[in-house]
Design a protein around this ligand. Structure first.
Ligand code: NAD
Length: 436
């Protein structure tokens, strides 16, 4: 099949590359010339494990190309995927900003030739595909096309495996012809017995928000239980293991931490709240999860303050990990982006390290943060070490080296990577989340 991917970000680039790996001929389009230039020179603009090699292989084999030129990318495509960003609106009201989606639809419409399926891969409110259809029709009344919704469930950091071996593929489609095209695109997954759930377009659109909201609720739930564990002197790790063994609950997403972040959960939970409010209803559980998540981040600031004896003013805090999770360079809505400014505001000095996120952190976090080359440089003279993101390289730190370099050996482990007893035996004043 000939496929065009509009938007070459975390989703579009991975999806386009994986479709090429399936054997399709894929053109990835972005409106940012610099991104396309980089890709054409063999430089991948984002960090996603395994992506470089897969892009190289598929470009060399002639199935994957990159352009900003829609007149080259659209006319021959049998399917055009929209994978542009849908961030929270700049108005700050939590609604999804659909400007990029509609702009992309208008751009695409001009060049449609022959029957084409226009597939929405971006996470969008219910009704967006119908609007995309309207935009396409208004811009190019002659075009023959169908619109479909195919939300994406990949996780950054494991995106290629997630795409190649998904739990399921959701396809919202209402014409047999479009369904046939999408079946052909996902044929390699059909052959691997991946469940393909075919639904109406509205159901597919809502499925993505429902999945993210459920996971956000689950994280906020275990974070609140972690708070209770601290109050009653229980251990949340043992508790999570025990409840997670119940098949009805499941063990995944039961890891307490500094609160969820990233490019999806924060914006998608609030966007779902707004969609539902438009219909005069509320999703109270989701609203509570959003509130609990904000409270969790505030609680982490308090936890650090308490470990520092009640005030962070004038103290040097070493932070390991800035991205919202390991194995990505994505800083969007990372807990660090809330917690660090709160500490700085009270007069703390911050030194930080992250294996892949520092470039983006320098752009998006306050300028006062000092960046270091490795964890050991970061902790020199520090009054407290905060482990913010559980990158593998922070899992087996040389504890004695760290302790010797620090001013006071205080260790705040927001990901529960280390064993409290071992840390105390090593001479640290240690705290995690949900364990005394
Ligand atoms: P992103 O910001 O990384 O990428 C979007 C890209 O689209 C950018 O490169 C931008 O320049 C480009 N773009 C915008 N308008 C364009 C246009 N008119 N023509 C061509 N290119 C255009 O975003 P992302 O993280 O890849 O997310 C894309 C969508 O997928 C969002 O709706 C998001 O919610 C959803 N999603 C993201 C993830 C994730 O883990 N990042 C997972 C599942 C779903």
């Amino acid at each position: 099949m000939r496929i065009t991917m509009i938007g070459t970000g975390y989703v579009g680039l991975v999806t386009g590359t994986c479709f090429a790996e399936f054997g399709h001929f894929v053109t990835c389009v972005d409106k940012v010339q610099h991104k396309i230039d980089q890709l054409n020179k063999g430089t991948v603009p984002i960090y996603e494990p395994g992506l470089d090699a897969l892009i190289k292989k598929n470009t060399e084999e002639g199935r994957l190309s990159f352009t900003t030129d829609l007149s080259r990318a659209i006319p021959d495509a049998e399917a055009v995927f929209l994978a542009v960003g849908t961030p929270s609106s700049r108005r700050g009201d939590g609604y999804a900003d659909l400007t990029y989606v509609y702009e992309a639809a208008r751009d695409v419409a001009r060049y449609l030739r022959g029957y084409t399926v226009v597939v929405d891969k971006s996470t969008v409110p219910v009704g967006t595909a119908r609007q995309v259809e309207r935009v396409l029709r208004e811009t190019n009344p002659e075009a023959t096309f169908d619109v479909a919704s195919n939300p994406e469930f990949l996780r950054e950091g494991a995106a290629i495996t997630d795409f190649m071996r998904p739990d399921r593929v959701v396809v919202g489609v209402e014409s047999d012809r479009a369904a046939q095209v999408l079946r052909e695109i996902y044929k390699p997954l059909y052959l691997r017995d991946t469940p393909i759930v075919q639904t109406t377009i509205e159901t597919a659109e809502l499925t993505k928000y429902a999945a993210n909201a459920f996971l956000a609720v689950k994280i906020s739930f275990i974070n609140e239980i972690a708070m209770v564990c601290e109050a009653v002197n229980a251990n949340v790790i043992d508790l999570a293991k025990a409840i997670g063994m119940d098949g009805r609950i499941g063990g995944k997403f039961l890891h307490p931490g500094p609160g969820y972040g990233g490019s999806c959960f924060p914006k998608d939970t609030v966007a779902l709240m707004r969609i539902v409010q438009e219909y005069g209803e509320n999703v109270r559980l989701v609203e509570a999860a959003v509130e609990a998540n904000a409270a969790q981040k505030a609680r982490m600031v308090k936890k650090i303050r308490e470990m520092l004896g009640g005030s962070e003013t004038g103290k040097t805090i070493a932070v390991l990990g800035l991205t919202f999770k390991p194995e990505t360079d994505d800083m969007r809505d990372a807990p660090a982006a809330t917690i660090l400014p709160a500490l700085l505001e009270k007069g703390a000095r911050i030194r930080a390290h992250d294996p892949k996120g520092m470039e983006e952190a320098k752009r998006s976090l306050p300028e006062a943060i000092e960046y270091k080359e490795n964890p050991y440089e970061t902790v020199v003279g520090a009054d407290c070490l905060v482990l913010m993101t559980e990158w593998n390289q922070y899992r087996a730190l040389d504890l004695q080296r760290i302790k010797r370099a620090m001013n006071t050996p205080i260790f705040v482990d927001l990901r529960n990577v280390y064993d409290p007893e071992i840390m105390r035996a090593a001479g640290f004043s240690y705290t995690g989340v949900g364990r005394k």
